[in-house]
Design a protein around this ligand. Structure first.
Ligand code: BJ8
Length: 425
């Protein structure tokens, strides 16, 4: 198996030496963060297995698909409508961008004062250490923030890139622009794959992705219980894997995990004591293997019950509304659904603090930790607004700005412990 993988990575032009270093670093981190947890649901075994062979089995499936003439489309943002990719018999893959390892590679080219997510994304390509990037026929970017826009220009010199224009406002005119972008994306995917997207195929793809969203909603709803039946770390991992696993299998595995959690809830069984502080995290997405903040919070005796982020509720809260079997109506429903993602790239974006207040109540959160990556101006600015809004609501908030390195771990631990102490009183 290991030899098979090496051969596959060689064919994908992976830098084997660097890649070995990356995988060798991941193992001990996963052991410390995940496998050391007590009382985990048995259903997490699937996710442990996925991470254990993170660049193996799934990449092999993508390669098989490509050998049979299929295409692989890589994305970085939840704004890219994956339904259109599935409908053309291509496979979408949400690329990870959560490791300091690739940040260091990217810093040879990108300005240091760029957010870690952008640097990590670019470093994976520049260093040829990610088989998912290498196996993709097209990378789809978006104009959500300036750093990403400019990074995609450089990425386009190394691999085919297409950029969708995400508007910055939520006006009627912006919605029309976005609708046009969705139509243009359909043409791009049809041209890439040589397959026509029909109403039948798109209807099936909408159902496929909606079912996965419903399964994730189910998982998150279970976290509203006290005691909470699954750790924040495990729920985060299950969400992260949903970005690149096969959607049908992923839905099955999520539902199997939820069946088990239902039983835990019925038996009053939790992963933390009933009175453990419950934390809602709000802010930038956390791509694999970015588990830093969850690990610090949960090691300090609290439990993360919800993430208001694109690796959390923004990924699955809204479904594409069912329409008649008509392509125009389906494309409009897709455009409408995606415009409901309250990313900080929008101005104004008052819906996001509204969401956080609502979620904090629904999940019985004792406090909110606002998380933004260093050098991300949109989320850093929204943190100021969020702080004022939550103060009015009487919900404690801690603002954290960090990156992927471990340099500030000690300082973060001290601040988080002090915050938890304050909440406990
Ligand atoms: S829809 S949150 S996934 S853009 S952290 S790269 S904003 S400088 S990630 Fe995002 Fe789509 Fe929005 Fe969600 Fe720029 Fe900020 Fe970095 Fe960011």
């Amino acid at each position: 198996m290991a030899n098979e993988n090496v051969q596959m990575w060689t064919e994908l032009n992976i830098d084997l030496k660097s890649h070995d270093m990356l995988l060798n670093a991941l193992g001990p981190i996963f052991q410390e963060v995940y496998l050391s947890q007590q009382n985990r649901p048995a259903g997490m075994g699937f996710y442990d297995f996925v991470v254990g062979d993170i660049h193996g089995i799934r990449v092999k499936e993508l390669r098989e698909h490509a050998k049979n003439g299929g295409k692989v489309v890589a994305t970085y943002c939840v704004f890219v409508p994956e339904e259109l990719v599935w409908a053309a018999d291509a496979i979408p893959v949400g690329l990870c961008a959560g490791t300091q390892f690739s940040v260091q590679i990217a810093e040879e080219v990108l300005p240091r004062n760029t957010c870690a997510l952008i640097k990590s994304s670019f470093g994976f390509k520049l260093g040829r250490v990610c088989p998912y990037v290498q196996a993709s026929h097209l990378i789809v970017g978006e104009t959500t923030c300036d750093g990403k826009k400019k990074m995609f220009e450089m990425l386009g010199q190394l691999q085919p890139v297409y950029v969708m224009e995400v508007p910055n406002k939520k006006t009627e005119r912006s919605r029309e622009l976005w609708h046009g972008e969705v139509l243009a994306f359909k043409d791009v995917i049809e041209k890439l794959t040589g397959n026509k997207i029909t109403a039948k195929k798109l209807g099936e793809a909408i159902d496929l992705v909606n079912l996965r969203r419903v399964a994730l909603q189910r998982l998150y709803n279970l976290r509203k219980n006290r005691p909470v039946p699954i750790s924040g770390k495990d729920a985060l991992l299950a969400t992260q894997v949903s970005f690149y696993d096969d959607a049908k299998r992923d839905t099955q595995m999520l539902n199997a995990l939820c069946d088990e959690l239902d039983k835990r809830v019925a038996a009053g069984q939790g992963v933390a004591p009933k009175n453990a502080p419950r934390i809602l995290i709000s802010g930038s997405p956390m791509a694999i293997p970015n588990w830093k903040l969850h690990h610090i919070i949960e090691s300090a005796g609290a439990v993360v019950v919800c993430e208001e982020s694109c690796t959390g509720t923004r990924f699955f809260s809204d479904l594409v509304k069912p329409t008649e079997n008509n392509l125009d109506a389906q494309l409009k429903a897709i455009a409408d659904r995606y415009m409901n993602i309250h990313c900080a790239c929008f101005t104004p974006n008052d819906e996001r603090p509204d969401d956080v207040v609502r979620l904090a109540k629904e999940y019985q959160a004792d406090g909110v930790i606002h998380y933004n990556l260093q050098f991300c101006h949109t989320y850093a600015n929204e943190a100021v607004k969020m702080e004022k809004r939550l103060e009015k609501e009487g919900i404690p908030l801690l603002r954290i700005e960090t990156d992927y390195s471990d340099e500030d771990a000690g300082q973060l631990r001290t601040r988080i412990e002090a915050f938890l102490e304050m909440i406990r009183k």
